[in-house]
Design a protein around this ligand. Structure first.
Ligand SMILES: O=C(O)CCC(=O)C(=O)O
Ligand SMILES: [Fe+2]
Length: 273
């Protein structure tokens, strides 16, 4: 097994079969993931059960709230990129551009957000379809001192769909959940590093500010998140298994590949334990 790190964001592992991974090699992978926030394992050949078993080494895997996109034989696995054309032949952007509407962190609408998300690439288009990542540690460091101070003790309210109610992938009965509350400046529980916890697509408001000031701060942070500092762009290959740390990174899909080609991933949400 060989692990190469590209700076402090993104690590690549080659020469390993995750179906047969020793505890020692898994520890090295886990540490590289903590160090680099995003970890890519190349060249895997996995069945549903293999993928689930490997994912569970990072923590408990739970079904995603979008029921319509769960794998029919395995609810813990969401399938990305299938059924992107409607019966009338039109392109369904909720599927095709899922995750492409801006940098975000997954599960901020949960009281305990997903620790990690992992994707396994089953089909990759010939062009486009990359995923962009960036570091929430770097975003914190890039904040003006006045904003670091203002946000130090603030919490935000987060809900699936956020201020614009972008929640078409949820069943109608699941669209009215209570927002979750999270501190905006956090210390990562495993690395001890300080980060900005923010998701422009899911945040509703910042507690303790007037509606005007809350919107103004959300707008300022959203401008930074349009092109956040310290990015890694992942160009997918079939067989890649990529895991990212939702506690300290943001990501977005490019959403730009030819729609007549397949881009299909198995996706899991990994919880704290
Ligand atoms: O398809 C991708 O590249 C990422 C989609 C996404 O945001 C997610 O799976 O959470
Ligand atoms: Fe996402």
């Amino acid at each position: 097994m060989r692990i190469s790190k590209s700076g402090n964001l993104g690590a690549e592992v080659v020469g390993v079969d995750v179906r047969q991974l020793s505890d020692q090699d898994f520890s090295a992978i886990y540490q590289a993931w903590l160090d680099c926030n995003v970890l890519v394992v190349r060249d895997q050949h996995l069945q549903l059960a293999d993928y689930l078993r490997y994912s569970q080494r990072f923590g408990a895997v739970t079904p995603h709230p979008s029921k319509s996109t769960r794998h029919p034989d395995c609810p813990e696995i969401t399938v990305l990129g299938v059924n992107k054309f409607r019966a009338d032949g039109s392109l369904n952007n909720d599927i095709y551009r899922r995750g492409a509407e801006g940098f975000h962190t997954d599960g901020s609408y949960e009281d305990v957000p997903f620790k990690a998300t992992q994707l396994y690439a089953l089909a990759i288009p010939t062009v486009g379809g990359d995923t962009f990542f960036s570091s929430a540690y770097s975003a914190y460091e890039a904040l003006e001192d006045s904003l670091k101070k203002l946000l130090a003790d603030k919490t935000g309210q987060f809900v699936y769909g956020g201020r614009i109610k972008d929640n078409a992938l949820l069943d109608p009965a699941d669209r009215h959940r209570k927002p979750a509350s999270h501190r905006l400046i956090q210390v990562h529980p495993e690395t001890g590093r300080t980060l900005l916890y923010f998701d422009q697509r899911k945040i509703l408001s910042i507690d303790g500010l007037s509606a005007h000031d809350s919107d103004a701060v959300i707008d300022t942070l959203s401008v930074m998140m349009a092109d956040p500092p310290n990015q890694y762009r992942h160009q997918w290959r079939k067989g890649d298994v990529v895991i990212w740390d939702n506690r300290c990174s943001y990501h977005k899909a490019a959403g730009d590949y030819p729609a007549d080609q397949d881009r299909i991933h198995w996706r899991v949400s990994i919880n704290k334990n």
